[in-house]
Design a protein around this ligand. Structure first.
Ligand code: NDP
Length: 347
């Protein structure tokens, strides 16, 4: 046990954070999770094994100055995961960037005020590494997304400027705590709560006919339990430092669709038309202009390119090994059926 004080997890109601809470409770830690509503609204957290004795939920909001003072008070370790992850927003500045950046600074200021915090583990994203796969390059923790803006991939922009703000804060304020950052790719897996998060929703979209065909795109996937474990290992490993790209292997949409078919999900509206060639990519780029602005931009900056990255640092320094993506994908689908996010398939 690294600490007998509560470990603070911001945004405990979220897909990833709920698993961090579960992982910490399983390892015997006390946990103080932050949520936006009253504690009784989160029975899925309150009923986790160990929660009755060791989980406390407190209210906090990323946009309210001083909101996290109470949450981090007396803690040695803080995991800051709360941040909006949405593809459809009205105003990227107020809906994404402000809560991501101001929220990160607010949490870090509370950590300074606490006088007890030793380390903050921040959930950043592959989005802060790049928003544009580059077929000639293997991405690592050394890379920074320099392309995104409020107009171009605003979610990626929000994660980039939030992580930059965190490192800038550490450099300028020189606090008594250090910062370790986890940069996951597309996080999938079973959800502890009833909400459908954005990355699992992407898998659902493939199954309900949102994509016109199989397009030339690949994603890195990582199981949510591995992401939770990475956060806890980043706390428990004294020598952990810097950023950790957190992803198992990448998978092309073609393989993903074939896997889902062979796993018995062929009754869903899985894409059939092959659009992976050059003509398909040109067609998809033309169609992208019919989509909402940020989705269209995402299509134009990712389709027709191969994403490659190196996860050696997290495996070597945190000793993590990743669950095979194929298993996680099948679990994700069964879990979405269980929660009613996907109707049972037609036989
Ligand atoms: P969720 O949408 O499930 O969780 C987001 C969390 O942030 C929720 O607890 C939400 O609270 C909280 N939140 C949002 N806005 C505010 C606010 N103004 N004040 C307080 N809390 C707020 O997303 P994930 O679990 O998927 O993502 C968690 C983190 O991981 C995010 O930082 C995301 O960028 C990052 N990430 C996610 C990846 C993925 O594939 N899922 C990949 C890489 C990084 P509420 O429940 O009340 O809405």
């Amino acid at each position: 046990m690294k600490t007998n004080k509560p470990v603070c997890v911001t945004g405990a109601s979220g897909f990833i954070a709920a698993h961090i809470v579960r992982e910490l409770l399983e390892r015997g830690y006390r946990v103080r999770g932050t949520v936006r509503k009253k504690a009784e609204n989160y029975p899925f957290l309150l009923s986790l094994p160990g929660a009755a004795e060791r989980l406390e939920l407190v209210q906090a909001d990323l946009l309210a100055a001083g909101s996290y003072d109470r949450a981090v008070e007396g803690c040695d370790y803080v995991m800051h995961t709360a941040s909006p992850y949405k593809n459809k927003v009205k105003n990227p500045q107020t809906d994404l960037v402000d809560p991501a950046v101001n929220g990160t600074e607010t949490v870090l200021e509370s950590c300074i005020k606490s006088g007890t915090v030793k380390r903050v583990i921040l959930t950043s994203s592959i989005a802060a590494i790049t928003d544009e796969p580059d077929s000639t390059k293997v991405f690592t923790e050394k890379d920074w997304n320099t392309m995104s803006s409020l107009d171009r991939n605003p979610y990626h922009f929000s994660k980039t400027v939030a992580e930059l703000a965190a490192w800038d804060f550490i450099m300028k304020q020189r606090p008594a705590f250090d910062l370790v950052v986890i940069n996951p790719f597309m996080v999938i897996g079973s959800s502890l709560g009833p909400s459908l998060n954005t990355s699992n929703e992407m898998v659902r979209d493939i199954m309900i006919g949102v994509y016109p065909g199989i397009v030339d795109i690949n994603w890195g996937f990582v199981d949510v339990r591995d992401v939770a474990k990475a956060h806890v290992l980043a706390m428990e490993t004294d020598t952990a430092s810097g950023r950790y790209l957190c992803s198992a292997e990448a998978m092309h949409m073609r393989e993903l669709v074939a896997l889902l078919k062979s796993a018995g999900f062929e009754g869903y509206a899985l894409p059939k038309i092959n659009l992976t060639g050059k003509a398909g990519t040109v067609l998809m780029k033309a169609l992208s202009f019919t989509q909402p602005k940020n989705i269209g931009m995402y299509i134009r900056t990712t389709i027709g390119r191969t994403m490659r990255y190196d996860n050696a640092k997290i495996r070597r320094e945190l000793g993590i090994s990743f669950k095979p993506v194929k298993e996680s994908l099948i679990e994700t689908v069964n879990d979405m059926i269980k929660w009613g996010h996907l109707p049972p398939q037609k036989k």
